[in-house]
Design a protein around this ligand. Sequence first.
Ligand code: NAP
Length: 260
Amino acid sequence: MVTNLNGKIVFITGASSGIGEACALACAAAGANIIMAARRSEKLQKLAVRIQAEFKAQTLSLQLDITDPVAVSEAFAALPHEWSNIDILINNAGVALTKDHLNETSITDIHTMINTNLNGLIYVTKCVLPNMLDKNNGHIINIGSTAGHIPYAGGSIYCATKAAIIAFSDALKKDLLGTALRVSHISPGMVKTELSIVRFKGDQAKADAVYANTDPLLAVDIAETVLFCITRPAHVNISEITVYPTTQVSPAIVHRRNMS
Ligand code: NAP
């Protein structure tokens, strides 16, 4: 039996843009109610209005910085009772903050990437697990990256955080063996989102160049992949999925149309 999302509670980190926003829309369209976490609350409010209007799904917006372990645990402790029974966690929030080599990468950017992509993901997972274990039901989706499988120059920290998510997901699955909980790890290739504009600190030309003359994935492509994972029957765990656009075969090998 395919898992039905009607009335399920899905907690999504980084729901304010890109893949997280697309996951919120896809899950709401499939009947779930969504807890949407991110730092930009105004973006979450707009998304909440859209989800209510288009899908009549319920949402709870949480302004939350997942790099702060105290804030994360307080946010979970303060969840209204009707939102506390989380069925699916989508660990999606993440940042790439530079394409510079390590010697030119600031300590601040290093800390922010590790604290968001890895530590934050772990803090949120730790908060969601007790309830999932109590009811012996739950699904954790970790959004990694092809950068975690194939590291590239200029991505030492970002790639390291994403490689760590592979190990974390695998070990967590082993921790949970014998329970009904599921862990899936999804590695997207190039997706057109705000990731690049954030990476290049607002330099639109550099961000546009990432997607120039090629056909990147769209956020909805990854949301549909997530939806596939979370709607499999209870005995099926999609352990790993890697998704590239047709025009990409590894993080650094992208086919670009000749515009001359
Ligand atoms: P995006 O549009 O920039 O979205 C990133 C999301 O993370 C935003 O909603 C942002 O929200 C949230 N976020 C960042 N720092 C946060 C923090 N400290 N606390 C809470 N939320 C935080 O980029 P995206 O491409 O959708 O990225 C989503 C995930 O996909 C990331 O893990 C990324 O590494 C992964 N990924 C992306 C690509 C790609 O090519 N785009 C490829 C592979 C993997 P606020 O700024 O509002 O907090």
